[in-house]
Ligand binder design. Sequence first.
Ligand code: AMP
Ligand code: GLY
Length: 423
Amino acid sequence: MNVLLLGSGGREHALAWKLSQSPILSKLFIAPGNPGTATLGENVDVNPVDFAAIKQLVITKSIEMVVVGPEDPLVKGVHDFFLADDDLKHIPVIGPTRAGAMLEGSKDFSKGFMMRHGIPTAQYKSFCSSQKDDAMLFLKTLKPPYVLKADGLAAGKGVVISSDLIEAEDTLNQMFGGEFGDAGNTVVIEEFLQGIEVSVFVLTDGDGYVILPEAKDYKRIGEGDTGPNTGGMGAVSPVPFANAEFMAKVDERIVKPTIEGLKVEGIPYKGFIFVGLMNVSGDPFVIEYNARMGDPETQVVMPRLKTDLLELLVLTSQGKLSEAEVEFNSQSATAVILVSGGYPGDYSKGKIVSGEFAIDNGLAFHAGTKYVGDKLVTSGGRVMACVGIANSTSSALEVSYSLASKIDFENKYFRRDIGKDLV
Ligand code: AMP
Ligand code: GLY
């Protein structure tokens, strides 16, 4: 079958890498893709939120399935667009409709959803901008650190945690004052959860589901988890504390009630659910849902999936996922992200990228790269993920770091402590 994958990051390169191994794939198209995906299929210069252009592409290339990588097209309703179009409605889209994508698109909705279905999460209250005085009063009743979340999508910058009340009040003023755009029209204020984070990935057809390998993401720019948040500086899978006992709790207390909750609320959901969890003394609490896979987590989850991904997605589209037999690789996978110096603040682009992009048991997934003529140059903050696969996390990390040392561009930066806390 012909498949169209939407997106252009490292997550999409990893998805394309896995999809391209499928015996049932005829041709893979990626819109817009990146230099990495171009080696696995045909990149097409179409914006994933330009639905009219996507329709054109799907028809001219006889696409038989659309896989959505990032959240933006989902929240903007790409799946709804297909369902409402007579020429497209028979083509399966992997990724929820707008209603399901609200799990990610609105923190207020997702917190309410968890409350309605008894899913463990931090206690909270949400306030709209006309309730600013109440929000300030509520803040004063809490103990620090204070967790403030702008309701809508804010490019990963919508969560502010401060240990100081004055600072938290300032943040609240900024959120209501429009500094987070429309995302801040409503603000969620919640209890701080103390623990270690882990990301759990679920593929569901709205009824059956499979839980994919878990991963740990390293969000801060600096070693020792310091400095500002980024899109993710590294990832490791498996995560030792997410053992069978912990994952059984995740399944019973979180995944099952989430799928059941979607059903009860009449929200059909065919796609990935990424559950960001906090392990609080052995008990999982949901920090957030995303309606897609994680980046850079996908870059370590896909290498650990033995089963054919496209076959799983076909079963998803047919509502037969409960029939799937899924096998995972017991090896470890690690990703170290190479970023442009200055990221997540200002950084320069257009730096020539050179070196080796694959070594024994290691490969680089492209993110912020592009070709200018025949030269590969940087085009974003996160440039590449150096992925290692080996029998232990420490050996996988050795491969990742060896690959990281073989790829060069001016002002290259990466964290040297990815996975150190786990080995
Ligand atoms: P989010 O965008 O919802 O993933 O939040 C960004 C980060 O803020 C998370 O990855 C956590 O590290 C942190 N965070 C969010 N909510 C809480 C909470 N209630 N308690 C502690 N940390 C949190
Ligand atoms: N790595 C976090 C995310 O994809 O949202």
